[in-house]
Design a protein around this ligand. Sequence first.
Ligand code: ACM
Length: 262
Amino acid sequence: MKVGFVQFNPVLGNIDKNLERAEALIKDVSTDVLVFPELFATGYLFRDAAQLSSLAEPAGNGKIFWAMRDWSKRLDALIVGGFPERDGEKIFNSAIAVEPDANFHLYRKLHLFDREKTLFERGDIPLEPFEFRGAKFGLLVCFDWIFPEAYRTLAIRGAQVILHISNLVLPYCQRASFARAIENGIFIVLANRIGEEKVENISLHFTGGSIIYSPKGEILSRASVDREEVAVVEIYPDDALDKWITERNHLFEDRRPEFYER
Ligand code: ACM
């Protein structure tokens, strides 16, 4: 199976332009799974709740979804990415994975980062893997990375490949994901963005370095810190079914939860 990421630099607030550029970047890609960053079609540093609200769309019904659905059909691939999801009065920072038949899987970021807490609702969808082409996938969004419980929960529930959509600003996750891959025996596809955004006195630099890890912590692909890039690698998701790390040590069965703090 082929999996890949699109390292991208959206223009804040311009969905049409971002979708047009994203489409141009991926038009000749051959893959089974292609992962865009968090909020890839809108940008990240919203001026205020009104701007965010003007860019949000319901899951499965809006410009961002329709574009992803078309790309999924055209490339015959699972297309994954982030969007601001409107659900009634609430707006979630969501990940969506769209299949070629337009069926989709949704996840709402559980762990909101910094100023996101003033704009988005906290996620309320369980960490549940889904199946695509015989492999099990889990979705995570950016700051979820600092909570190893999120990866562990998805892995224990059967995820073989975690698709991690990001707008990383701290400099740790690309390296920390090495440990998350090994300790859970999973593949990780981390799709990050690049570039800068500024609003009033806030300025953010996004760190790129999108990366794909094998369950043994091997780097299968790594992007630059400052260029838009598309990368695709071949993986064998069933490599993530073997949780034996030595002849006598199993990553999950050797756990001692009765000694751990909840
Ligand atoms: C982040 O969670 N977007 C840093």
